[in-house]
Design a protein around this ligand. Structure first.
Ligand code: NAD
Length: 349
């Protein structure tokens, strides 16, 4: 079917007291996004998560924190009331260990975006951002560690990651149709592994960089320098530092050339998991004795972000090196580990 092209009308610039709604803000990326907008001078930010507020990673001063489940339509309407911009990052998700084991939970996140995008539309929000994932890409293209970087068109023909990836792909489609059929400006970023401070580092939902940092810190603390690596360690990934992620979300959401157009938001620095371990060992100043759990969840063999499109449209790409970002992340996880050891409260994933 041929698409009728919509006219893109220029909207008024955001005022500092315009309402920004951010869901999933008790979690990693959305929490950091609330902090980012607050530091930019926005004074009317509503942060929402279903986790009890005491368990959020970040409590940003001046931000209104709400504990609500946005898989329920009524809550979404309440949350979006008066919103000028909506950033929907809430999802039931985690690292490979979580998304391979809990596919039903991942699929059920479809309710979140379905209700949030409708509520944002009904509330008359000007811009709506949706956090998709590289897991939406065709898995058949990711069977070799020496992977060709994924470009945006590689999502179709579709063969997304079971559960989580399909939910992302269908939610993307919802967002695209809210623009094409209804005229709400929607923006979709496909994140490639994000890491950094104020995110999940223990408990089963954490991703490789945080998990390896924690295992090394724990090993040093318990004087047991053995580390178990999931898979043979040759699987490759790229990892984007959180500061690049929040800046990218802002740039994408305010670029009218990207309306209803999924775009990669990721680093193109490809490393194997073994290299990732070596980098963290170097930061910690130790050498671990590695063993490999070949039966553990490990996802696709290789995945990288092709940044041709983002460089063309935004003249920018995530640029924080893994060495720099990991040093910050290691420092933060170590502080959390020590806090918890002393019996102090830390954020929960
Ligand atoms: P996270 O788990 O730290 O944060 C997600 C938050 O959503 C959690 O705090 C959770 O409690 C909340 N949530 C879940 N269901 C909810 C509901 N029904 N109502 C309200 N809150 C709910 O995850 P994150 O890493 O910050 O990821 C944020 C978004 O980015 C997600 O959509 C995720 O799929 C996407 N993403 C993340 C990565 C990554 O590497 N972290 C990669 C690709 C995509």
């Amino acid at each position: 079917m041929k698409e009728t092209k919509r006219n893109v009308e220029k909207d008024a610039p955001m005022k500092k007291n315009d309402l920004i709604v951010i869901t999933g803000a008790g979690g990693f990326i959305a929490g950091n996004l609330a902090l980012y907008f607050s530091k930019k001078g926005f004074t009317n930010i509503r942060a929402v998560d279903k986790k009890p507020i005491s368990e959020w990673y970040l409590h940003v001063p001046g931000v209104q924190n709400l504990c609500l489940d946005v898989s329920e339509a009524g809550n979404c309407h309440r949350v979006c009331e008066g919103a000028v911009e909506v950033y929907n990052l809430a999802a039931d998700m985690g690292g490979m260990g979580f998304i391979e084991r809990f596919r039903v939970e991942c699929l059920r996140s479809i309710l979140i975006n379905t209700h949030m995008v409708e509520a944002a539309y009904k509330a008359g929000a000007r811009r709506y951002f949706y956090s998709s994932s590289a897991c939406a890409y065709n898995t058949l293209l990711q069977q070799d560690p020496n992977v060709r970087a994924l470009k945006e068109s590689d999502a179709y023909p579709a063969m997304a990651e079971r559960g989580y990836g399909w939910e992302k792909l269908v939610s993307e489609m919802f967002c695209q149709e809210y623009w094409h059929e209804r005229g709400m400006k929607t923006f979709i970023a496909r994140f490639h592994n994000v890491y950094g401070p104020h995110g999940t580092w223990d408990g089963g939902r954490e991703k490789a960089p945080a998990a390896i940092c924690r295992k090394v810190i724990e090993g040093i603390d318990k004087k047991d320098l053995n580390i178990m690596i999931w898979g043979n360690g040759d699987q490759t990934r790229s990892f984007m530092y959180i500061d690049d992620c929040v800046k990218g979300i802002d740039m994408i959401t305010h670029c009218d050339d990207l309306i209803a157009t999924p775009i990669n938001l990721g680093s193109s620095e490809l490393v194997s998991i073994n290299t990732l371990v070596s980098k963290i060992e170097k930061i910690a100043g130790v050498k671990m004795k590695r063993s490999y759990d070949l039966a553990a969840p490990q996802g696709v063999a290789g995945r990288n972000s092709d940044n041709t499109f983002i460089k063309k449209v935004l003249k920018w790409e995530p640029g924080t090196t893994l060495d720099k970002g990991l040093a910050e992340t290691y420092k933060w996880i170590k502080s959390q580990y020590e806090k918890r050891k002393k019996g102090e409260r830390v954020g929960i994933g």
